[in-house]
Write a protein that binds this ligand. Structure first.
Ligand code: GLA
Length: 728
């Protein structure tokens, strides 16, 4: 049993293979958090400290004691109005206008299998792989209930949390803040690792000590955002890739979020993740409930690599779905950086023909194929193929591509509309705008109101018509702006709109997944602006960044790897000088970096030399050969692109039989010292043969000292080493 209730101590203990999580119902019915860390047993109540603390209040109903206060006790679901002045997980506006909420224990249930969440993405598992613990708390005055859901996947060292708030009282209440995961620690020496960025430079690693102030990362953009990824780590100061205690929280949601790390006056640390509370005011009448999105948690006492592997494996195998989740994806060529809006059917056929000769398997027709879409100021919303431009129907074009032996993929951006479009002229009320105000435009587009079912139904029909009209095997689902005008004509409660928008989007994607199981959807949002575990439930791969420069990508993909599996990372080779930053890098380097993901090309094959064409053919073969290892192996970050002169990473077979090590030199200097790359994930004591250097090496020495790297003139050289275990 992964979940154990002790009647004697009133503790709930959750065990995974290497971790233990414990909470306790205290004498007053509060659900306290006792422990999350390395696997252990016993009751951890002894960790609690009761002291006479000035200005810390005692909640009503508890024995009057100046030594008992929610202001310092570690809790599972801190709320406002109990005397805890730290940041609460839940704020509810009651029908009398107050915000007091005093949740006490009512009941619990332990069941086999993993809970699911209506209308929201969540980790899934078979009955034998997981268990669920549901604990119900209630406020005795308002009769609002909190159902805390814990899902356990013992083999993965994963515990998930979600929360359902139910109004069982008379009047209407409003949910104003809702975080489903809170970790209260009785110590205060942690670092907060977060991933910040911007369009074309997502997920930069940032590590700061948690101080006596709330550190917050969030998105108020209606999407998880380029600016902060919705996942974070709390770790001890000394933790590194290979050792030390570290905790991860990963939001399984694609809308706004808030993650806080706060050290309090008594050196306790609160780490929590959940919905963005600004613009949240979700109404609940009697009998209604609100489901707070899930958060995936993991703990590692063996450092950050292990923590990342736990999360990556969970997302790859228990978030991603469908027939593509574990299969290598087709190598593709995308028309965007090849020709932007400037293409015809013939241009695409020629691109497909040339790419096919190198072994590329799929052509993706990007933006510009529909309505009046000749540039990004018009046509969005009109999902009718521009037959004049394509030289026939969409079906005919796809047939021409298929005849070459290539699969066909298509770009769409269903959630947005240009004002210059037939759709907007017909349904101006479907776009999110605040009546009487000029809307905020971004990329000359507005967002459609997906909180409305009629809009979602319409978009489903549009997508259905496209997918039914041709043999389309892949869809790139884009989303190129943030929501600014939060307003829906369908409701008076604008505080529900952003959440309902996400339910609408998920409903649309769910219907497409269900009815088109042979079509793979790739997520995208100006590159990686919506790279999150919520989207990965519907789209097992996401275009990682609009920045395709290999050297910037080292940082972007390094940051992405802390939580997301390699199979989820869309990455392509593009032209030099790079179109986002002008950098020039060798073709080999661009390919090596793009191979750390779902691989493809994004340039015009007509403009390349024969030598480059030959190299591309070799690259495609190498990728196809190693794709099972790249996607199915264990991923190791060997160095950091933020700190080290070379960036190295590795895919190691789970049975330690082989490993692929990739290295990019990001700095050269005069009289360069010799560098060694230390290799991980090999069988200690075994010998490995490496193909490029044609040497046989002891794994122990490769781990202790490393493999010697060449000293070469020139910038940005890349090296790939394939190690195979030899029998002793
Ligand atoms: C976004 C995407 C790009 C491309 C363009 C098309 O920026 O991230 O890859 O599809 O839109 O308009």
């Amino acid at each position: 049993m992964a979940i154990v209730y002790s009647r004697k101590d009133r503790t709930f203990t959750i065990h995974t293979e290497n971790t233990t999580y414990q909470m306790q119902v205290d004498p007053y019915g509060f659900l306290l958090h006792l422990y999350y860390g390395r696997r252990t047993r016993g009751c951890m109540e002894f960790l609690l400290n009761y002291g006479d603390r000035g200005f810390s209040g005692t909640p009503g109903n508890s024995t009057p004691s100046r030594q008992y206060s929610m202001d310092f006790l570690p809790q599972e679901l801190p709320t406002s109005g109990t005397g805890d002045y730290r940041s609460p997980a839940v704020i509810i506006e009651n029908s009398d206008g107050s915000d007091a909420c005093d949740f006490r224990f009512v009941k619990y249930e332990i069941r086999k299998g993993k809970y699911g969440l209506d209308g929201l993405p969540a980790v899934y598992a078979s009955q034998d792989e997981a268990e669920t613990l549901e604990i119900t708390l209630e406020d005795a005055v308002t009769h609002v209930r909190a159902r805390l859901l814990y899902g356990v996947l013992p083999e993965y060292d994963i515990i998930t949390r979600a929360l359902i708030l139910e109004n069982r009282g008379e009047g209407r209440i409003y949910v104003e803040k809702a975080q489903s995961a809170v970790l209260d620690f009785v110590s205060g020496d942690y670092d907060f690792i977060t991933f910040h960025g911007r369009h074309t430079m997502e997920r930069n690693f940032l590590r700061t000590p948690v101080a006596e102030t709330a550190q917050v990362i969030s998105s108020r953009r209606g999407m998880s955002s380029h600016q902060h990824n919705c996942a974070a780590i709390l770790c001890e100061h000394s933790a590194n890739e290979d050792s030390g205690k570290a905790y991860a929280l990963v939001h399984v949601y694609s809308g706004g979020f808030k993650c806080e790390a706060e050290k309090d006056q008594f050196n306790n640390t609160r780490f929590q993740m959940g919905l963005m509370d600004e613009k949240l005011r979700y109404p609940l009448d009697n009998g209604e409930s609100f489901t707070v999105p899930e958060v995936i948690m993991s703990y590692s006492s063996d450092g950050l690599t292990r923590l990342s592997q736990n999360i990556q494996d969970c997302i790859r195998e228990h978030i991603c779905r469908g027939k593509f989740k574990l299969t290598p994806r087709p190598v593709l060529v995308n028309s965007w950086e090849a020709s932007y809006f400037n293409f015809t059917g013939d241009v695409l056929v020629e691109l497909a023909e040339q790419a096919h000769q190198t072994g590329v398997e799929m052509l993706v027709m990007d933006d510009g194929w529909f309505g009046s879409r000749e540039n990004d100021r018009q046509g969005l919303g009109d999902w009718t193929p521009n037959e004049e431009k394509l030289g026939g129907t969409l079906g005919q074009l796809v047939q021409r591509i298929n005849d070459i032996g290539m699969k066909f993929g298509i770009w769409v951006e269903p959630e947005a509309v240009n004002e210059y479009s037939d759709l907007y002229r017909e349904h101006p009320d479907w776009a999110m705008k605040i009546p009487g105000r000029d809307p905020v435009r971004a990329r000359d587009q507005l967002i459609l109101d997906l909180s409305r079912k009629d809009v979602v139904d319409y978009l489903y029909e549009c997508m259905k018509n496209i997918l039914d009209s041709a043999n389309i095997e892949y869809v790139k689902w884009d989303y190129n702006r943030n929501i600014a005008d939060v307003f829906s004509l369908k409701t008076k409660d604008q505080g529900r709109v952003l959440y309902d928008y996400m339910l609408g989007l998920y409903d649309l994607l769910e219907r497409l997944n269900r009815n088109y199981p042979n079509v793979m959807i790739e997520g995208c949002s100006g590159g990686g602006g919506r790279f999150d575990a919520g989207m990965l439930y519907y789209t097992p791969q996401i275009w990682c960044s609009d920045n395709s420069d290999a050297i910037d990508r080292l940082r972007i993909q390094y940051g992405t790897s802390f939580f997301y599996p390699i199979s989820s990372v869309g990455s392509h080779v593009s032209v030099i000088p790079n179109e986002q930053n002008g950098r020039v890098t060798p073709l080999e380097t661009r390919a090596l970096v793009a191979m750390a993901g779902s691989f493809g090309y994004e340039f015009s094959f007509t403009k390349i030399s024969d030598e480059e064409r030959k190299k591309i053919g070799d690259q495609v073969n190498i990728y196809k050969k190693y794709a099972p290892l790249i996607h199915g192996g264990r991923y190791f970050r060997l160095t950091s692109p933020f700190e080290d002169p070379f960036t190295a990473w590795e895919f190691a077979a789970r049975d330690e039989s082989e490993a692929l090590v990739c290295v990019v030199m990001n700095e050269v200097h005069g009289n360069n010292p010799t560098r060694y790359v230390r290799i991980k994930g090999l069988e200690a004591g075994a010998m490995y043969y490496e193909e490029t250097t044609q040497g046989t090496y002891p794994a122990t020495v490769l781990a202790e000292v490393g493999l010697k790297l060449p000293v070469e003139m020139g910038e940005y050289h890349a090296y790939m080493y394939h190690l195979v275990k030899v029998s002793n």
